[in-house]
Design a protein around this ligand. Structure first.
Ligand SMILES: [Fe+2]
Length: 416
C-alpha cells in the first residue's frame, strides 16, 4: 500500500457507501440496506430457544472447543449434539450428545442465561457439525473445523475494538463471514479485546453477542473465538460469556494452533509483571524451540500509534525479544499499524514486529506517523479492518483487509 493510495481507500471506507451495490457483489455489506436488514432483530435475546451462539478456543483447539449460547431464561435441559462431517453417512446415527457443563444467569441481565458445553476428545483438522438445543428448541446446524496436529498451512483472523459503531461492526462481521466461507483453511478468529463499551453492561454485551451471529456463514461455518480481555471489558460478564478463558482472574493462556504455531494471549488489564510476566517467560521459553511461528496478543499496545505505551513495554517486550517472538498483535488505538522490526528500542532486522490496533467497528483515529517505529518499512493508517495471517512453512503472510476487501497493508515474515 503506497502512501498516496491509502487516503483514497480510507475515504471510501469511512465516509461513503458506493451506490447500487447489490447483495450479489462480493461486498454486500457496503450496501446500507443490506446491512440494516441483516442487523434487524440482533439487539437482544428473543424467543425461547438458543441464540448468541459462539465457539471458544483456548489451550488445545486440535482436540477441544467450547460451544456457548444464551437463552432468555434459565430453562431446564441444554445440550449440544455434534458429529464429524463425514459425507454420505447418516447424520442421526453418528451424533454425540453432550449436556451443558456450566450454566448461569448473566450478571446484571434480566434472566438471560449462559450455557457452555466443553467438547473434548475431538480429532484434529476435522469438521464437526453441531446443533444446540435448549428445552426442545434448536439452533440452525453449524460447523467448525478443529486445529491441525500436522504441519499443514492454515489461516487465522485477528481484530480488536468492536465496542461502538454497531453498523460498522455488523459490516466487519459480514466481511469475516465472507472470508471464512471462501477459505476452508481459515479456522478461527482471535479478538483483541474491547468488545463493548462498558464491560458490566449486559445490554451492550447482548447486542455484541447477537451481532456475532453475523460471523456465521451461509453454510453454517462458525469461526471459533480466541478471546483477549480489553480495558472496556472489566467485570464478571467476560468470564460468563467466554467460559473464563485461561481461568477467572487471569485470562491469559497459550494456544497451540498446530505443532508449528503457537499464540500466547496476555491480559493487559491486570498486572503485567509478577506472576503473569513469570508465566510468559516460562511459556515462551518452552514454546520457542518447538514452533516455527510464535505469536503474542494483548490489548494495550507496547508500541502504540496513538496513545502512550502500556505496561507491556516494560514487562513483556524484553521477553518477546529474548525469545524471538515472530509477530505481536495489539489493539486499543483504533488505527491500522505495523511497526518496523524492533529490538532494544531500535529498528533491527532481527527484531519483533507489532501489528494492530483495532478496527472491528469502533471509530478510527489518526495515527501519529512521526513515531520512528511506524515509519517505512512500517506503516500507519486508519479504516475498519480485520487482519488475516497465513501460517506457511516458508512464510508467514500478514494482511490488513478493509471493508471493501482492499488490502491496506501486507507483509511477509520468514522463519527465524
Ligand atoms: Fe481499549
Amino acid at each position: 500500500m503506497t502512501k498516496q493510495l491509502f487516503p483514497i481507500l480510507l475515504l471510501s471506507v469511512l465516509i461513503d457507501f458506493p451506490s447500487a451495490v447489490s447483495a450479489e457483489t462480493k461486498t454486500p455489506w457496503l450496501d446500507k440496506e443490506h446491512v440494516e436488514k441483516r442487523m434487524d432483530g440482533l439487539t437482544e435475546v428473543s424467543g425461547k430457544g438458543p441464540s448468541q451462539w459462539r465457539i471458544i478456543w483456548t489451550k488445545d483447539p486440535a482436540t477441544s472447543a467450547t460451544v456457548s449460547w444464551t437463552t432468555a431464561s434459565k430453562g431446564k435441559k441444554h445440550h449440544v449434539s455434534y458429529q464429524m462431517n463425514v459425507p454420505g453417512k447418516d447424520a442421526k446415527t453418528q451424533s454425540v450428545v453432550v449436556e451443558s457443563h456450566r450454566d448461569g444467569p448473566y450478571s446484571g441481565a434480566e434472566g438471560e442465561h449462559f450455557h457452555h458445553v466443553r467438547l473434548t476428545g475431538l480429532k484434529p483438522s476435522t469438521t464437526y457439525r453441531f446443533v444446540i438445543t435448549s428445552d426442545g428448541q434448536s439452533s440452525p446446524s453449524m460447523h467448525f473445523t478443529t486445529a491441525p496436529s500436522d504441519d499443514r498451512e492454515f489461516h487465522l483472523l485477528f481484530g480488536g475494538d468492536s465496542r461502538s459503531g454497531h453498523f460498522a461492526r455488523a459490516q466487519v462481521n459480514l466481511l469475516m463471514a465472507a472470508l471464512a466461507e471462501e477459505d476452508k483453511d481459515l479456522i478461527a478468529f482471535a479478538h483483541g479485546g474491547d468488545y463493548i463499551g462498558s464491560g458490566k453492561s449486559w445490554s451492550q454485551w447482548s447486542r455484541w453477542l447477537s451481532q456475532h451471529e453475523l460471523t456465521v456463514t451461509a453454510s453454517g461455518k462458525a469461526l471459533p473465538i480466541i478471546p483477549t480481555r480489553g480495558n472496556h471489558d472489566g467485570g464478571p460478564l467476560y468470564d460468563e460469556i467466554f467460559d473464563s478463558p485461561g481461568s477467572s482472574g487471569k485470562n491469559y493462556f497459550s494456544t497451540k494452533l498446530s505443532p508449528q504455531v503457537a499464540l500466547v494471549t496476555l491480559n493487559s488489564e491486570i498486572s503485567a509483571g509478577g506472576s503473569q510476566q513469570a508465566w510468559l517467560g516460562k511459556t515462551l521459553q518452552s514454546l520457542r524451540p518447538e514452533v516455527r511461528w510464535l505469536l503474542a496478543e494483548y490489548h494495550r499496545p507496547a508500541w502504540p500509534a496513538v496513545k502512550k505505551p502500556g505496561a507491556a513495554k516494560k514487562f513483556w517486550v524484553p521477553l518477546f525479544e529474548q525469545f524471538n517472538v515472530d509477530l505481536v498483535v495489539e489493539s486499543d488505538g483504533h488505527v491500522i499499524k505495523r511497526t518496523v522490526p524492533i529490538r532494544n528500542e531500535k529498528q533491527d532486522p532481527s527484531g519483533v514486529v507489532y501489528v494492530g490496533e483495532g478496527g472491528l467497528g469502533v471509530s478510527q483515529r489518526r495515527p501519529d506517523r512521526n513515531r520512528w517505529f511506524l515509519k517505512a518499512p512500517g506503516m500507519a493508517g486508519a479504516g475498519h479492518h480485520v487482519m488475516r495471517v497465513s501460517f506457511g512453512k516458508k512464510e508467514l503472510d500478514y494482511e490488513a483487509i478493509l471493508l471493501d476487501r482492499k488490502v491496506a497493508d501486507r507483509t511477509q515474515l520468514r522463519p527465524r
